[in-house]
Design a binder for this molecule. Structure first.
Ligand code: MN
Length: 738
C-alpha cells in the first residue's frame, strides 16, 4: 500500500471490516463484545455520552434543513443523518426518514471493500456522494453525502446524510418513475463518487450535477444541506472526544452497538412468542396496455410471501423464499432497499426508544433469494421505484409481528398493515409564462406521507397521517407543494369516502385532491399505486383490506370558461358512478380502475383527481359500534350504501337535524340478514380447497397469476415443495403460462 493505513493501530479499513465481520460471525456479538463494561462501570456517563451524540445528530438535522434545503426536505423533513463506525456500522441516528440509516452503512462498506483507501484515497475533508441502489441505496432519487472523520491520523468514523430529490434526471420528470425499465432510465448515477476536498464540493462536480437533473436549484440546495449536517456532526464528534477521550470513544461505539443488538433481542422476547409466522402479500402492475417499451407490456403480479421465525433467544429470522421474479419495471429491489424498509418498520414496532443503531441490523437474520424481485442480482435492471414492491411486502412483516403482539396481549400495538404511499401526482413540465418562463418544474408531492394506517386490535387506524417509510410523516401544506410544482395548482383537497378498510375497528381513512395544469407546456403526467389487487397482506381477524386506487383525468376541458364565468367545477369524486367530473365539465374524461399509469401529456386547464390510500381494518365490521358508524357518516368517511352493505347499518340523513340518524331496529334486522347470508354462502374448507385447486389444475387462473406462480416455483425449490404439497399436485407439476 502506497499510503499509511488510515484504520486503527496501523490497520487498513479493509482489515478492520474483515475483523469486525469475523468477530460477529464467531461470537454472535458485535465486535465480540461480551460485557457492556462502560455501562456497568458508570451508567450515567455512558447514557450521557449516547444522549449527547444523539442530540448532536438531531440538532445537525434541524439546522441543516433550515439553512439550505429543497421544499420537499424542508416541509416534511425528508432527510436523516447518521454517525458510523470506521467499518460503516451506524452508532447513532437523527430523527427523520430512518429508512436510510442502514443504506448508507452499505455504501461505506462498499467503499471499504473496493479499497477506496488506496484509490481514490480517503482523506480528511473529502466528500463522497452515492445514489446507486446496487451499493446501499433505495433508489437513485435518494442521494447520500458521506464524509470520513479523522482524529490525528486515524479514521474514527463517518457522517452521512440523505435527502429525497424532486428529480434525478431519469427517463421522465419526477421522482418515482413508472416508465423506467432499465438502469439507463433511472437518472444520473453517482456510485460512491468523491466529489470534494477540504470541506468543499468541487466545481466540476456541481456543474455536472446541475446539468444532469431537471431541477438543478433544488439539487444544489440539498447537496449543501447534507454537507452542512455532516460537518456539524464531525464538529460535534471531535468535541465529544475532547470531553470523553479517544480511548473511551473507541470502546463506547462497540458497546453501544452491541447494546442495540441486545435491546432488539430483549424486545422480541418481551413482545413476541417464539415460533413460525407467515404472511402472504402481493402487488400488481397492470402495465400491458400502459407501457411504451415492447418488453414492458406485461401485466404482472409480484408474489411477496414472508416467513418469520422468532427464536427463543430473541433473534428474528426473515425469509422471503418464494418471491417471484424481477421485471421490466422500476419496482425491483436491491439489498439496500430491503434493509431500509425493514429497518424503518422495526424502529416503529419493536425497537423504538433507547439505542437505535445497527445493533438491530445484526440481530436480524434474513434471506433475500437471489434471482427474485428482492435480490435480482442484475445491475442493469431498473431500481428506480422499489417502493412499489417494498411497501406491500413489508405489510407481511407488520402482520406477522402483529400476530405475536396479539398473542402476548399487546393488543394496542397490533398493526395489520398500512395504506399504499403511492404517488398522488407525478411528472413535470416547463413554465410557459411569468418570471420562471422556460424553467422546468417537477412533481414530487409528498402529501403521500399522509396515508391511512391499519386499525389496531383496540381502535381505528390513524386517518391521513401515516407513511411506512417515515415515522414522522406529515402531508405538508398545499402552498409549499405549489411552490415547486408551480404548473399544477390545487383546486381542492377533501375527504374521500370509502377508502378505509372495513372492520370492528376501521382502517385509517383518506382524502383526495383535484389539481389543474396551468401556466405550462410539455407536461408529462403519470402515477403509481396499487393495481386491481389489494396491495399487501390486507386486514386481520375479519377486518377488510382498504380500497385500491384509480385514475381520473379530464382533458380538453372547458375550465377556462368555467373560471371566467365563475361557474361550479368538480372538487371531488365522492360517487364515481355518478361523477361530478362528468356532470360539471365539458371534457374528455378518462377513468381507469388502477393507479399505475405511464406518462400522458397534459395541457393547461386539464384536471387530475388523485385519491390517497386508506388503511386495512381489524375485526368483523358487523361488530362495529353504532356511535362510531354514525361518526363515519357525519365525517364523510363512508357513504350510506357502504354502511348498509358492509356494516349492516340502516341510516338516513336528517336534513332538519343536519346529521345522520341510525335506525337501530332496522340495523339489527340487517345485521342478522348478513349473518344468514354468510352462512348460506360460506363453504367448508374442503370445498374451498377443491374450488381453488381446480383453478390451478384446469388452467383457470389469470395470466398474471400463472406467471407469478410459475416464477415462484421455478426460483425456489423449497417454495415449490410447499406449493405442491399444499395443493397435492404431481411431483412433475409445471405451471402453464400463455
Ligand atoms: Mn426516496
Amino acid at each position: 500500500m502506497a499510503n499509511k493505513p488510515i484504520g486503527w493501530d496501523g490497520k487498513s479499513l479493509k482489515d478492520m471490516l474483515i475483523e469486525s465481520e469475523r468477530l460477529i460471525e464467531d461470537t454472535g456479538k458485535y465486535y465480540g463484545t461480551e460485557l457492556l463494561s462502560l455501562k456497568e462501570e458508570n451508567p450515567f456517563r455512558y447514557e450521557r455520552a449516547y444522549a449527547s451524540l444523539r442530540g448532536a445528530l438531531v440538532s445537525a438535522r434541524e439546522t441543516a434543513l433550515h439553512i439550505a434545503a429543497s421544499p420537499i426536505v424542508k416541509e416534511i423533513g425528508e432527510l436523516c443523518f447518521a454517525l458510523y463506525t470506521p467499518e460503516g456500522d451506524s452508532l447513532v441516528v437523527s430523527t427523520g426518514i430512518l429508512v436510510h440509516v442502514h443504506t448508507m452503512s452499505e455504501a461505506i462498506k462498499f467503499m471499504i471493500k473496493e479499497n477506496y483507501e488506496e484509490d481514490p484515497g480517503i482523506n480528511s475533508g473529502e466528500i463522497f456522494l452515492n445514489n446507486d441502489p446496487e451499493c446501499g441505496n433505495v433508489h437513485t432519487t435518494d442521494v447520500q453525502t458521506i464524509i470520513p472523520i479523522f482524529y490525528d491520523d486515524e479514521l474514527i468514523g463517518w457522517a452521512g446524510g440523505v435527502t429525497h430529490q424532486i428529480d434525478t434526471g431519469g427517463i421522465t420528470p419526477g421522482h418515482d418513475l413508472v416508465a423506467a425499465i432499465q438502469r439507463f432510465d433511472d437518472g444520473v448515477y453517482y456510485t460512491c463518487r468523491k466529489i470534494g476536498s477540504n470541506d468543499k464540493i468541487w466545481k466540476d462536480h456541481m456543474i455536472n450535477a446541475r446539468r444532469s437533473v431537471r431541477t438543478p436549484l433544488y439539487w444544489e440546495l440539498d447537496e449543501k444541506c447534507r454537507l452542512a449536517g455532516d460537518l456539524m456532526i464531525r464538529d460535534a464528534l471531535l468535541e465529544f472526544i475532547k470531553e470523553e477521550g479517544i480511548t473511551y470513544y473507541k470502546k463506547f461505539i462497540r458497546e453501544a452497538i452491541e447494546e442495540g443488538r441486545r435491546i432488539l433481542q430483549k424486545r422480541v422476547k418481551e413482545r413476541l412468542i417464539p415460533g413460525r409466522y407467515r404472511a402472504a402479500a402481493f402487488f400488481d402492475l397492470p402495465l400491458k396496455e400502459e407501457a411504451w417499451q415492447p418488453r414492458a407490456k406485461v401485466n404482472k403480479i409480484t408474489n411477496e410471501p414472508l416467513e418469520i421465525i422468532v427464536e427463543e433467544d430473541g433473534t428474528l429470522d426473515l425469509d422471503f423464499e418464494g418471491c417471484s421474479g424481477p421485471g421490466p419495471n422500476p419496482m425491483n429491489c436491491g439489498k439496500g432497499a430491503m434493509e431500509g424498509g425493514q429497518w424503518v418498520l422495526l424502529t416503529q414496532v419493536l425497537i423504538y426508544g433507547d439505542k437505535v443503531n445497527d445493533g438491530a441490523y445484526f440481530g436480524v437474520k434474513k434471506n433475500y433469494p437471489l434471482g427474485s424481485w428482492c435480490n435480482p442480482g442484475d445491475p442493469y435492471l431498473s431500481y428506480q421505484s422499489p417502493w412499489g414492491n417494498l411497501i406491500p411486502a413489508y405489510t407481511g412483516m407488520m402482520k406477522c409481528i402483529s400476530y405475536g403482539l396479539f398473542s402476548r396481549g399487546y393488543r394496542e400495538e397490533v398493526v395489520p398493515g398500512y395504506g399504499f404511499t403511492g404517488d398522488a401526482i407525478q411528472g413535470g413540465g416547463i413554465y410557459s409564462s411569468g418570471p420562471l418562463k422556460g424553467e422546468r418544474w417537477a412533481l414530487s408531492t409528498f402529501e403521500i406521507s399522509g396515508q391511512g394506517l391499519g386499525a389496531s386490535a383496540v381502535k381505528d387506524g390513524l386517518d391521513w397521517g401515516y407513511a411506512m417509510w417515515n415515522p414522522e410523516s406529515d402531508l405538508g401544506d398545499v402552498e409549499t407543494w405549489e411552490l415547486f410544482q408551480g404548473g399544477v395548482p390545487y383546486l381542492a383537497r377533501k375527504v374521500k369516502p370509502n377508502t378505509a378498510g372495513h372492520g370492528k375497528y376501521r382502517g385509517g381513512a383518506n382524502y383526495a385532491g383535484v389539481a389543474m395544469v396551468a401556466n405550462s407546456e410539455d407536461v408529462d403526467f403519470f402515477g403509481a399505486r396499487d393495481g386491481l389487487a389489494f396491495h399487501g397482506a390486507g386486514g386481520m381477524h375479519g377486518g377488510f383490506p382498504h380500497a385500491t386506487g384509480y385514475r381520473l383525468i379530464a382533458k380538453n376541458t372547458n375550465m377556462k370558461e368555467i373560471i371566467d364565468n365563475q361557474k361550479e367545477y368538480p372538487i371531488g369524486d365522492d360517487d364515481p358512478s355518478n361523477g361530478d367530473f362528468e356532470r360539471l365539465l365539458e371534457a374528455d374524461i378518462i377513468r381507469k380502475p388502477w393507479s399505475s399509469i405511464y406518462p400522458v401529456m397534459l395541457e393547461n386547464y386539464d384536471l387530475v383527481y388523485f385519491p390517497e390510500s386508506g388503511g386495512p381494518g381489524y375485526g368483523d365490521p358487523l361488530e362495529r359500534d353504532l356511535k362510531s358508524v354514525k361518526e363515519d357518516l357525519d365525517k364523510g368517511i363512508y357513504t350510506k350504501d357502504i354502511i348498509y352493505n358492509a356494516y349492516g347499518v340502516n341510516a338516513n340523513y336528517s336534513e332538519e337535524q343536519e346529521e345522520w340518524i341510525i335506525d337501530t331496529e332496522a340495523t339489527q334486522r340487517r345485521r342478522e340478514e348478513i349473518r344468514n347470508e354468510r352462512k348460506e354462502k360460506s363453504m367448508s374448507f374442503e370445498e374451498f380447497w377443491n374450488y381453488e385447486k381446480s383453478k390451478i389444475t384446469e388452467g383457470k387462473l389469470s395470466d398474471q397469476v400463472k406467471l407469478m406462480f410459475s416464477e415462484s416455483i421455478t426460483l425456489s425449490q423449497k417454495w415449490r415443495k410447499l406449493f405442491i404439497d399444499f395443493w397435492k399436485l404431481p411431483e412433475d407439476f409445471h405451471m402453464e403460462v400463455d
